[in-house]
Design a protein around this ligand. Structure first.
Ligand SMILES: [Cu+2]
Length: 141
């Protein structure tokens, strides 16, 4: 009799324990928990990498005393080169290779802008069409 009572109490405790477990409102809480829909998140947009803005510069080549100054100039493709003739004599800035660039003969005080955006990156030799001894070098990078 004693053993039977003992087993019965174990079974009773087990039932109580199971009952307690099933009474916990855990499942209800989980069901009421707000569901965050991943679709409501805005799509990840890639932040554009900030690239340095390269501004075109303007350089000046002055012609004075039958000399290009500076006689050697390096510019970036897209920069502009302004050629100014300060001599009384007419001068030009003409590429040695035909038909690349040519300001034509400029009067005193004449000013011509030479764009470089249409020039391939290279080093160009130039001269004055009226004075073959006047020479210079223009590099487009
Ligand atoms: Cu000249």
């Amino acid at each position: 009799m004693k053993i039977h009572y003992f087993l019965s109490s174990i079974a009773l405790v087990s039932l109580l324990g199971a009952g307690c477990g099933s009474d916990t409102p855990k499942s209800a809480d989980q069901a009421e928990a707000p569901i965050v829909a991943p679709a409501s998140n805005p799509p990840a947009t890639e932040t554009p990498k900030s690239e340095p803005v390269l501004q075109n510069n303007t350089y000046t080549i002055t012609i004075e005393n039958n000399t290009f100054s500076p006689a050697t100039l390096s510019v970036r493709q897209g920069d502009s080169v302004v050629i100014v003739n300060n001599d009384i004599a007419k001068h030009s800035l003409t590429s040695d290779q035909a038909n690349l660039f040519d300001t034509g003969l400029m009067e005193k005080g004449g000013k011509t802008t030479l764009p470089t955006s249409n020039l391939v990156r290279a080093t160009y030799q130039y001269h004055c069409s009226a004075h073959p001894g006047m020479k210079g070098t223009l590099t487009v990078q």
